[in-house]
Design a protein around this ligand. Structure first.
Ligand code: NAD
Length: 306
């Protein structure tokens, strides 16, 4: 099968590309390298540098390459950046997504798998987080992904192009971003380790997250491309049913730590309901948290430790 991965130079997209190539698929990567890196892109993939906001360009690439499926992962996936720049991030995360969907329709692509986010849930009173809960995003990023899901439904029902939205929860693993101001908690801790600083925990560290190892996320994403149970427009959680505290993470990473006052706006707990993931994709995560953190730590120490 020939597929195209938008955002294939990024953290999750590059793992997805590697796995697809391992499974003998032909892969085209489209990425503007804004947060992604060329060195992440598998040498056996065709790499096209360009921007998903440019409809004419995206259409040209899709028509030339004729992929039968598209994995749409390109985005500016940083919550604080979306707060600082709601317009610029909407241009990529909403208008760019719309360009990808429209160009795919015109190029007669058979299915799109769209990387949405657990940020769509925002503030919820109960756990686990279920796909049928009314979204209540608390950041522009969460809202942008929610709008993307609505476009996914619209393309499925109105235009007959099946688009499946997967709500990824805190993904981690090798190549996780640790070097920017917007890195997620594991990435931040790795950077503090490299700088010889104690790991700084906001609050008492009992807040929990449904961390999901990148290989598991990739497996669910590939299954969503071919699952016959999916017709288009569905929204499916891809996360962990059990969650782990920031204190557990600190202990697994090891080294000194310090506690800072709680940050405003941080969600206390996340946990995914996996009924739909099991029913549609016959999927649940396989890599334990301890194993996943160990693999991530090994990768980091090998490539970046001082
Ligand atoms: P990433 O930043 O590593 O990857 C995003 C990629 O998109 C990068 O390679 C970047 O260069 C590319 N990109 C950005 N703007 C672009 C544009 N205008 N045109 C073309 N390419 C562009 O992020 P990631 O963590 O790998 O996330 C991948 C997807 O998964 C995103 O859609 C994100 O919203 C979603 N997601 C990630 C997580 C997580 O925990 N990492 C959680 C929920 C959802």
């Amino acid at each position: 099968m020939k597929v195209l991965v938008t955002g294939g130079a990024g953290f999750i997209g590059s793992h997805l590309t590697d796995r697809l190539i391992q499974k003998k698929h032909r892969v085209v990567v489209l990425d503007n390298l804004s947060t992604g890196r060329k060195k992440n892109v598998n040498k056996q993939a065709v790499f096209v540098r360009g921007d998903i906001r440019n409809l004419a360009f995206v259409s040209r690439v899709f028509r030339k390459e004729k992929p039968s499926g598209i994995f749409h992962l390109a985005a500016l996936p940083r919550v604080p950046l979306s707060v600082a720049d709601p317009i610029g991030t909407s241009e990529v995360n909403i208008a760019g997504t719309l360009c990808v969907f429209k160009a795919a329709l015109d190029a007669k692509v058979k299915r799109i798998v769209f990387a949405s986010s657990s940020s769509v849930y925002g503030d919820q009173k109960t756990l686990p987080l279920r796909e049928n809960m009314m979204p209540h995003p608390v950041s522009p990023y969460g809202l942008q992904k929610w709008v993307g899901e609505q476009w996914a439904k619209m393309f499925s029902s109105l235009y007959g192009l099946p688009v499946i939205s997967l709500r990824y929860f805190n993904v981690y693993g090798p190549r996780i971003d640790f070097d920017s101001d917007y890195s997620l908690v594991i990435g931040k801790f790795l950077r503090m380790r490299r700088e010889g600083k104690p790991l700084s925990v906001f609050g008492d560290g009992t807040q929990t997250r449904a961390f999901c190892y990148v290989d598991d996320v990739v497996e669910a994403t590939i299954k969503a491309m071919t699952a016959k149970t999916l017709k288009g427009g569905e929204i499916v959680n891809v996360g962990a049913a059990d969650s782990h505290s920031v204190n557990e993470l600190v202990n697994l990473l090891g080294g000194p730590k310090m506690y800072l006052p709680k940050r405003a706006g941080d969600v206390e707990h996340t946990r995914a309901d996996l009924k739909l993931a099991k029913a549609y994709l016959a999927w649940e995560p396989k890599v334990s948290f301890a194993e996943g953190v160990e693999r991530t730590k090994k990768w980091f120490l090998k490539h970046y430790a001082p």
